[in-house]
Design a protein around this ligand. Structure first.
Ligand code: ADP
Ligand code: MG
Length: 462
């Protein structure tokens, strides 16, 4: 359908200009509903997406529509319940009514370049987050070896250290660093086929390819990479069939001198049920243990992250943060974001007193709260019934609050992942890990999410 193609054309271009994570989060279940009286209506699955598109993406959408010869007076974003089911195409298709007068005639039909039609399936360079670069990676003790190896690889992929296997604890910069390689390779050679994928997603795609025979070129796609970056390899534990598939992918790439980069939270020998032949292949190249950065490095990271947001922090605030959060940079960033949000909302300048009260409040708070209270607060905040939060529904307007709930059970009550999963009625603790990580990541770039969390906290501790 023509109108659908128009939106696909717009999406295709947006996808090229933002990170895959953002694209999936904000554009996945959107569609063009109608263009009437020169008002173009875009259906979105929930209020978060609506806000984000209005605030952040409206201009680019307008621009790309114009590029496709559609220039409405206004763009409206409308929450469209069909879209929260994860299926953008349904009966609602029939309701699309485009007013031909606002579209140019067929003689100047927009040219949909080839990439557009395919862009919603795979394109090389997918998955990389452009924010993760060498430029904004602070090098210090703990990560300097990994950093040096990654730089060497970025300069000459496939020649040295193949595979590179980086392991270390949560939140110490593994993903940042391995994605920086991908971004650097593409910057030097825009045609390079760089694939970044989480192991979980690899597993899922493999299962889908087998089960639904969809994406039949699953194997070909990965075996064609120039650089394959695969994150969180520990999740391949116990997935025998995927291990076998990955083994073949590995061999094909390695033989062709294509670069393979792997991260994991533990060394190969400690990944349970990892096939021996994979374990031995991982040892062919170089394995590097990433350690917690030291105090000076943590200070430099805080300063650099604050600087990204246009804020200069007084030295005692930087020291305080770096001293109090020692092992997890993501947490350190979280505390910084919390501080910034707190000060922004009240028009205060960050100082040592504020940061110390925020951080000590974080520590003493869990005593008074139960998991139930936290989940109830989130249910009220997002206006999602408790039953839905704890139930099986996968609609996005339920999934996001549920992820927030998992995140807060972790950040506020420090519950274990299995316990978090149980509290939310999930069977698998992996879901909890991923939800927590996802929200942590979003907090680093999404002001609306920061606002949600700080409002929920205010009410929780009021
Ligand atoms: P991991 O994959 O090891 O769990 P990430 O790469 O996701 O950790 O890092 C967590 C956060 O900390 C990211 O936002 C990342 O940008 C930041 N970070 C970690 N180490 C550094 C560093 N050395 N310099 C700048 N940012 C860092
Ligand atoms: Mg990671």
């Amino acid at each position: 359908m023509q109108d659908d193609r128009l939106w696909q054309a717009v999406l295709g271009e947006i996808e090229l200009s933002i990170s895959r994570g953002n694209f999936v989060t904000w554009f996945k279940n959107t569609r063009l509903l109608k263009l009437k009286d020169n008002v173009l209506t875009i259906g979105v699955p929930n209020v978060f997406v609506k806000q984000q598109l209005e605030r952040k993406y409206n201009d680019i959408i307008k621009e790309l529509l114009a590029k496709n010869h559609v220039t409405p007076d206004a763009i409206e974003y409308k929450i469209h319940t069909d879209l929260s089911k994860g299926n953008g195409r349904s009966e609602a298709e029939e309701t699309i009514e485009l007013n031909p007068s606002t579209m140019q005639t067929s003689s100047s039909t927009p040219q949909y370049h080839q990439a557009t039609t395919n862009s919603l399936s795979h394109s090389y360079r997918q998955g990389l987050n452009v924010r993760y670069t060498f430029d904004n990676f602070i090098v210090g003790s703990g990560n300097e070896l990994a950093h040096a190896a990654c730089q060497a690889i970025a300069a000459n992929p496939g020649t040295k250290y193949n595979p590179l296997f980086i392991y270390g604890g949560v939140g110490i910069g593994k993903t940042h660093l391995i994605q920086a390689v991908g971004n650097a390779v593409i910057a030097a050679n825009p045609g390079a086929r760089v694939i970044y994928i989480s192991t979980e997603q690899f597993v899922q795609e493999f299962i889908d390819a087998v089960r639904y025979k969809k994406n039949t070129d699953f194997a070909g796609y990965y075996r064609n990479a120039d650089v394959l970056i695969i994150d969180d390899m520990q999740f391949i534990a116990g997935k025998d069939k995927t291990q076998e598939e990955f083994f073949h992918t590995f061999n094909a790439l390695h033989q062709a001198n294509k670069q393979i980069i792997i991260s994991s939270d533990k060394p190969p020998k400690d990944i349970p049920t990892l096939e021996e032949r994979l374990r031995s292949r991982f040892a062919w190249g170089m394995s590097i243990d990433m350690q917690n950065p030291d105090f000076e490095t943590r200070c430099a990271i805080v300063q650099s992250k604050a600087g990204d947001k246009g804020i200069t922090l007084p030295p005692d605030v930087v020291d305080y943060l770096a001293n109090h959060i020692q092992t997890n940079i993501r947490e350190l960033e979280g505390a910084l974001n919390q501080l910034i949000a707190f000060c922004e909302m009240r028009g205060l300048e960050p100082d040592a007193a504020i940061v110390s009260s925020l951080l000590s409040a974080n520590k003493s708070r869990p005593k008074h709260l139960s998991a139930r209270q936290v989940i109830e607060r989130i249910s009220k905040h997002f206006q999602v019934p408790m039953d839905d939060l704890l139930g099986p529904k996968r609609d996005k307007d339920i999934v996001v609050p549920r992820q927030v709930a998992m995140y807060m059970l972790r950040s506020e009550l420090h519950l274990s992942f299995p316990k978090i999963a149980r509290e939310l009625g999930r069977k698998d603790h992996t879901t909890a890990i991923h939800s927590v990580e996802k929200i942590e990541q979003e907090l680093t770039f999404d002001a609306i999410m920061r606002q949600h969390i700080s409002e929920i906290k205010e009410r929780l501790y009021a």
